[in-house]
Design a protein around this ligand. Structure first.
Ligand code: ATP
Ligand code: MG
Length: 191
């Protein structure tokens, strides 16, 4: 099945977890900009070196870098029949650029999933994740910065997608399986 989705939501809302599960359902690649940056940082590539200056402190990597990376990734053959984008777009300029990229590819989004959870739950999840994964941006200070940027730059994008009739808001709290079921149910006839 061809399905093109964006999954958005604050840090710790479960985007990556749900993207992986939705991937199993539709068999289209889950593309996480955060994961691509972390992979490049781990391998010490030029892109990784550039990105790390920003990811370490919770700042957004400059649009020119991120947009080029996403354009390149969406052109790969495995994304031709669809994808789940996690962590992109994150600001208004990236929304506009994604429109251009999809236009170039002659396609468009089917839906934008917004996962919701309150700040207390998000902070608790990231605290647990920090113990398990040891991500260098899951420290109290950097988490606060990331959530602030999310509120200021990313959260408003939901309205833009709602205006286009693409937004599907889903409660991201509770069991992982229950959230996936809610997502698939909410997507309903859109995909
Ligand atoms: N679209 C983007 N534009 C700019 N920077 C990005 C983008 N996506 C990821 N990054 C960078 O990578 C970092 C990690 O992103 P990632 O999406 O993994 O984490 P998150 O959304 O902050 O939290 P979570 O993993 O809980 O969803 C961000 O803090 C940012 O520095
Ligand atoms: Mg993530």
């Amino acid at each position: 099945m061809s399905v093109r989705l964006v999954i958005m939501g604050p840090q710790g809302s479960g985007k990556g977890t749900q993207a992986a599960r939705i991937y199993q359902h539709f068999s289209v690649p889950a593309i996480s900009t955060g994961d691509i940056f972390r992979d490049n940082i781990a391998r010490g590539t030029e892109l990784g070196k550039r990105a790390q200056e920003y990811t370490c402190c919770g700042e957004l990597v400059p649009d020119e870098v991120t947009n080029a990376m996403v354009r390149e990734r969406l052109r790969q053959p495995d994304a031709a029949d669809g994808f789940i984008l996690d962590g992109y777009p994150r600001n208004a300029a990236q929304v506009a650029e994604l429109d251009v990229i999809l236009d170039e590819l002659g396609t468009r989004l089917d839906a934008v999933i917004q996962l919701t959870a309150d700040r207390g739950e998000l902070l608790e999840r990231m605290r647990r994740r920090a113990e398990i994964e040891g991500r260098d941006d899951d420290t109290a200070e950097v988490i606060a910065r990331r959530l602030d940027i999310y509120e200021a730059e990313t959260a408003p994008l939901a309205q833009a997608y709602a205006d286009r009739g693409l937004l599907v808001a889903v409660d991201g709290t509770g069991e992982i399986e229950a959230v996936t079921a809610r997502v698939l149910d909410a997507l309903g006839s859109r995909v």
